[in-house]
Ligand binder design. Structure first.
Ligand code: FUL
Length: 445
């Protein structure tokens, strides 16, 4: 019992690092999958694609950035190299890159410059799995990978994110690679100390699916150990955890693990069925209604949303996708700019209640709650009620809040709103409570 209390006290004081804090404030940013797969209509290239096929004749990274800005996205992560090994920048260390293509330019440079001009953050995805490089599967490949990382960390200004997936398949010689993660991380920390490493890394955790769906119970302060290296895998196994586990910070787990980490979740999803552009998927761009659901179930569930919008063979993001993400931002701006209550930050312990009068009697069907995560994530259980016809009616309840928690519920005429904190670890710091009346979105769009 005493031990649990001690662990809970510690859990209450696990906080984000400055770069994790900045990353959370980004809230919503763009993934850009672009490369030889765009020209072969594959999702995973084989590694033997001729460089000659990469020829985006109308490449316009400013058009990408304009689309992202009109969507309210605050940054971009570009696939500098996917599993096929083809590099979108003229790397000194391989011939398999833009330098031997008819395109000749440097896509990483054009994209990072466009971001800089528009005030967007820029980051890179670099696949450790490389189906082209002959060194893959030998210790020398780790040297190659670090040299490539060094080029990217040095020549493209400040990066806010380096994104590694965990894929580790066979290379051109049928061998698999033993990745030297710690060495990769050291290169990044030395050259780009403000960049978070996602999602095989210590700063940002994969939510566990590619459907745009966050957990209802989402702890940023979690027992799930950071990183994607064997050490953390064995700890996960001992605790019986995987990416699909629903509660990664329960009291029971904390008592067993005895250790907590700030390791927040990111939801990555594509606006189309594939990560790369395929013209036959033009009619399958996600609807506005689906994107609004994703927004509520990612940003609204204590996660950051990384939405993929892949450029086509010309090197431009399709009008359909551009229009759809713009509609999403218009929806968000229109519906969340009229907060019906004005709340100020408040500290509250379990059993505590915060009551807010609405500016006027109004219809309410959505609530947003926020904790001040710079002091730790502390709410374990809460209820939201609204005063309607003089009586309190429960409209939402949940476990975690964290950076942001959003709810939708059937419309109700209300004069006041009450947040009841049923259980916390330490004192919870509620930074904002908001109420809205949002439009429903037609499913057909
Ligand atoms: C995965 C990759 O295999 C997919 O192609 C895509 O890049 C996705 C974001 O990560 O691991």
């Amino acid at each position: 019992m005493e031990a649990l209390e001690k662990f809970m006290e510690e859990a209450a004081h696990v906080v984000p690092s400055p770069r994790q804090r900045q990353w959370f404030d980004t809230e919503f940013y763009a993934f850009v999958h672009f490369g030889v797969n765009t020209f072969t209509d594959r999702e995973w290239g084989l590694g033997n694609e001729p460089e000659a096929i990469f020829n985006p004749e109308k490449l316009d990274c400013d058009q990408w950035v304009r689309a992202m800005q009109s969507a309210g996205m605050k940054g971009m992560v570009l696939t500098a190299k996917h599993h096929d090994g083809f590099c979108l920048w003229p790397s000194k260390y391989t011939e398999h890159s833009v330098k031997n293509s008819p395109f000749q330019g440097d896509v990483v440079k054009q994209a990072s410059d466009a971001c800089r001009r528009a005030g967007l953050k820029f980051g890179v995805y670099l696949s450790p799995w490389d189906r082209n490089n002959p060194l893959y599967g030998t210790p020398e490949y780790n040297d190659y990978f670090c040299r490539q990382l060094t080029e990217l960390m040095t020549n493209y200004g400040e990066l806010f994110c380096v994104w590694f997936d965990n894929a580790c398949g066979e290379g051109p010689n049928g061998r698999v690679q033993k990745y030297d993660w710690q060495r990769y991380f050291d290169v990044i920390h030395k050259l780009q100390p403000n960049a978070v490493i996602a999602i095989t890394g210590d700063d940002v955790r994969w939510v566990g699916n590619e459907k745009g769906l966050g957990r209802e119970c989402e702890w940023s302060a979690t027992v799930l150990p950071p990183g994607g290296y064997p050490d953390s895998d064995s700890i996960k196994a001992a605790l019986g955890l995987n990416e699909k586990s629903e509660d990664l910070g329960s009291r029971d787990l904390i008592a067993r693990a005895g250790r907590m980490f700030w390791y927040p979740s990111e939801v990555d999803v594509s606006i189309r069925p594939g990560w790369f552009y395929h013209s036959e998927q033009d009619a399958q761009v996600k609807s506005l209604s689906k994107l609004v659901d994703i927004y509520y179930e990612s940003v609204g569930r204590n996660s950051v949303l990384l939405l993929n919008i892949p450029p086509d063979r010309n090197g431009r993001i399709c009008d359909i996708d551009v229009q759809r993400i713009k509609e999403l931002n218009e929806y968000i701006t229109r519906n969340f700019s009229n907060d019906l209550i004005s709340s100020s930050p408040a500290s509250v312990k379990q059993g505590g209640e915060l009551t807010y009068n609405l500016r006027r009697a109004a219809k309410v069907n959505s609530v947003t709650l926020q904790e001040d995560i710079s002091k730790g994530q502390r709410v374990e259980s809460f209820t939201v009620s609204v005063k309607t016809g003089g009586v309190w009616k429960t409209v939402a309840n949940g476990t975690t809040i964290g950076y942001k928690r959003m709810f939708r519920f059937p419309e109700v005429e209300a004069t006041a709103l009450k947040l009841t904190i049923n259980s916390t670890r330490g004192t919870a710091n509620i930074s904002k409570v908001s109420a809205f009346c949002v439009e429903s979105v037609a499913e057909s769009k």
